[in-house]
Design a binder for this molecule. Sequence first.
Ligand SMILES: [Zn+2]
Length: 369
Amino acid sequence: MVNIHRLTECFFDLVRITSPSLGEKDVAQYLCAFLAPRGYDLHVDNAGDFCGGNTGNVIVRVPATGPGAPLAFSAHMDCVPPCTDVQPVTRDGRIYSAGNTVLGGDDKAGIAAIVEALFHLEEENLPHPELYLLFTICEEAGMFGAKYLDYSRVAAEQVVVLDACGNPGTIIVHAPAKTDLTITFTGHAAHAGIEPELGINAIQIAADAISRMQLGQIDASTVANIGFFQGGGPINIVPDLVIVRGEVRSQSQERLDQHLQHLRQCCTQAVAIHGGGFDFQSELSYPALDISADSPLVQRALGACHVLNLPASLESTGGGSDANIFSARGWSCINLGIGMSKVHTTDEYISLDSLEKITRLVAQIMLSQ
Ligand SMILES: [Zn+2]
């Protein structure tokens, strides 16, 4: 049996550690201290140096005790603010924070489940292939831990990420690619009362461009948003600068690129009418996650759900995670629902039942087949 007491203790310890987005050092130290006595091959990489973090990813290699291809399990160590002095409180079978912080079950419930699943297999002498545990940094800030992970230390090509909402049994197989964009509109400043005809109003160019843009749900798998607009100054000056930021997400890289082109065209049209200019910068934040239902990893997860009598469902999500980054490396990758709810809010919670179920599911997936 999974040791529920040790599982919840580990989870409580983890959430109590203050760990804002870039400050996972204490979590990394806790995990290293917790795992070191077991004699695993522990390594902290230098990913933090590339993204302003105060530690690196914790990479744990566990030697095989049975047959099978190496398998990796991953969860991120950082969480979103407010997350200082988190006090976990159990109420009606659910674990909440005291109400003034997030709980941090996103993603420490994933970490606790992975660790307890491994301990369980070892104590019961259940065979497993070579395992890699990847506890990443800076996921919330842009998956920088996964982007800069020391991949030379990981011999697995299949990775199970524990970082999705939905009950245990939820298996995320599709997640969109996301591109961030910054558009800078330039006009020409002039006195608004004396010689307005000499000015080119950057706010007007930007407003015209945006009004032409298709935003919101574009098609079944593509969404676009403008979420930031800044410009202008004193009202007696024709404004000469506006900065607009937005994003486009799509399951299809082709559709994403097409939509970026559409947005750029809207800017070109607005400038053609009003004059002025624009600079259009786009950057791929993460590529899409897309794994076939027939793949061995998905089948392995479905099989594990079946053994445990957990209703399984293959699903899409609108958000990105480390899974997108791993999948871009060419790894087979799924993201499991761990039962965390209302994440990124102070109402966040996870039920004890979910915590136990996801741990049993991870243990089942880890088993040699
Ligand atoms: Zn997360």
